[in-house]
Design a protein around this ligand. Structure first.
Ligand code: SF4
Length: 330
C-alpha cells in the first residue's frame, strides 16, 4: 500500500525534501530517499511501505530487549523493510537492506485486533527501523492507545524533532540503539550521526520508558575508552536507565570475529559502578548478568533464564526486602 507521506516540503522542479530523519533527503521525481521506501511521485512524497509487513510474531517483551517494562509479558511485534542506516553488520539485513523482501498487507485495525485477541500487552514496532514506517506506526499506535494497548518502538533513534514529538505522544516505551559514541564512526558505518541519536534518547527519556542497547562490534566500538564514554553519558542523564550490551556475531557484510565475551564482562563490571542496571545479551544466559537486582540492597527483583522471567522481589512496585522503588513498569 502507498500513502502520502508526512514531513516533507517541495523543492525546485518536481523535487521534494523529506524531513522525517536527519538525512533530510532531497528526492528527485521518481526517485527514493536513502531509506529506499519514501518515493517522490510527481512532486509528492509517498510512503511505499504503508501497511507492508515483512514480519509479525508474538514475542516476549524481553526479546526487544526491554527488561523493565511489563517483564514476563508478550507483545505482538511487527516490522517492515528498508532502513535509514547502512550498518555493514546488520543482524536483520534480509529485511532492512533488501527492498525486495516479501511483505503482506495489514491495515492498522488488523494489527490492533491481532494484539487484542492474542493476549498481547500491545504492539512493538521492531525488526527493522520503524521510523521510516512513520505514517503507519503512528496510525497503529493511535488505534492501539484507544484500545488500551501499549506501544513499543525499537529504534536507531535517528529521527527529526517534529516527527519524534508526534511519536512520543503515543509511544510508551523505547529501546534505542546507541551504536557508538564516536561521531566519525556513526558517519562512516551506519551513515548516521551521533548527536541526533543522543537527542532522541534525552527526549524519549522525558516522555516514555527508555532502555538503551549497544551492540559491541569487534573492530568498531570494542574499546574500553569508548564504552566508558557511553557509560558516563548515560550515568549523567540517569543512572537508572537500563543498558543492554549485546554481542555481535558476523553478519551481512561484516565478518570480523564475534565480540570477545571477556571484554563484554569487563564492560559490565565497569558499567555497574555507575549504572544501576546493565545486561549482557546474545551470550549464553547472559553469563550471570540477566537478573535485575535492587540497586540499594542487591536483592533479586526479577529473575531471568533465557526469556523465562519471574518477578521474585517486587511488591507494590518496590523492593520486597528494602522498600526502594523498583522503577519497573508493571
Ligand atoms: S526517512 Fe528516508 S527519505 Fe526521509 S530523510 Fe530519512 S532516509 Fe531520507
Amino acid at each position: 500500500m502507498e500513502r502520502e507521506a508526512r514531513h516533507y516540503s517541495a523543492e525546485s522542479g518536481s523535487a521534494v525534501r523529506c524531513h522525517l530523519c536527519p538525512h533530510e533527503c532531497r528526492i528527485a521525481a521518481g526517485a527514493a530517499g536513502t531509506c529506499g521506501v519514501r518515493i517522490n511521485r510527481d512532486g509528492k512524497l509517498f510512503s511505499a511501505i504503508y501497511g507492508e509487513v515483512t514480519s509479525v510474531a508474538m514475542d516476549p517483551i524481553e526479546k526487544k530487549p526491554l527488561y523493565h517494562f511489563h517483564p514476563g509479558s508478550q507483545i505482538l511485534s511487527i516490522g517492515t523493510k528498508g532502513c535509514n542506516f547502512r550498518c555493514a553488520f546488520c543482524q536483520n539485513w534480509s529485511i532492512s537492506q533488501d527492498l525486495n523482501a516479501r511483505t503482506a498487507a495489514y491495515r492498522p485495525e488488523d494489527i490492533v485486533q491481532a494484539a487484542r485477541t492474542n493476549n498481547s500487552i500491545g504492539i512493538a514496532y521492531t525488526y527493522s527501523e520503524p521510523i521510516i514506517w512513520f505514517e503507519y506506526v503512528l496510525e497503529c499506535a493511535r488505534l492501539a492507545r484507544e484500545a488500551g494497548l501499549k506501544n513499543v518502538m525499537v529504534t536507531n533513534g535517528f529521527v527529526n524533532p517534529a516527527p519524534r514529538a508526534e511519536l512520543l505522544e503515543l509511544i510508551d516505551a523505547m529501546n534505542i540503539d546507541l551504536k557508538t559514541f564516536n561521531d566519525d564512526t556513526y558517519r562512516r558505518i551506519p551513515h548516521g550521526r551521533l548527536q541526533p541519536v543522543l537527542d532522541t534518547i534525552v527526549a524519549a527519556h522525558a516522555a516514555a520508558h527508555v532502555e538503551i542497547t549497544t551492540l559491541v562490534v569487534t573492530g568498531m566500538n570494542d574499546t574500553m575508552e569508548e564504552m566508558r564514554a557511553i557509560i558516563d553519558w548515560i550515568a549523567a542523564l540517569d543512572p537508572g536507565i537500563p543498558w543492554h550490551i549485546s554481542r555481535y556475531h558476523p553478519s551481512y557484510k561484516y565478518d570480523a570475529p564475534a565480540t570477545d565475551v571477556d571484554f563484554m564482562l569487563r564492560v559490565h563490571e565497569a558499567a555497574r559502578k555507575k549504572l544501576h542496571h546493565v545486561y549482557c545479551g546474545n551470550i549464553a544466559n547472559g553469563r550471570g548478568t540477566s537478573d535485575t537486582h535492587c540497586p540499594s540492597c542487591g536483592a533479586v527483583l526479577v529473575a531471568r533464564s533465557g526469556y523465562a522471567t519471574r518477578i521474585t522481589g517486587i511488591s507494590n512496585g518496590a523492593c520486597v526486602k528494602c522498600g526502594r522503588a523498583s522503577g519497573i513498569v508493571q
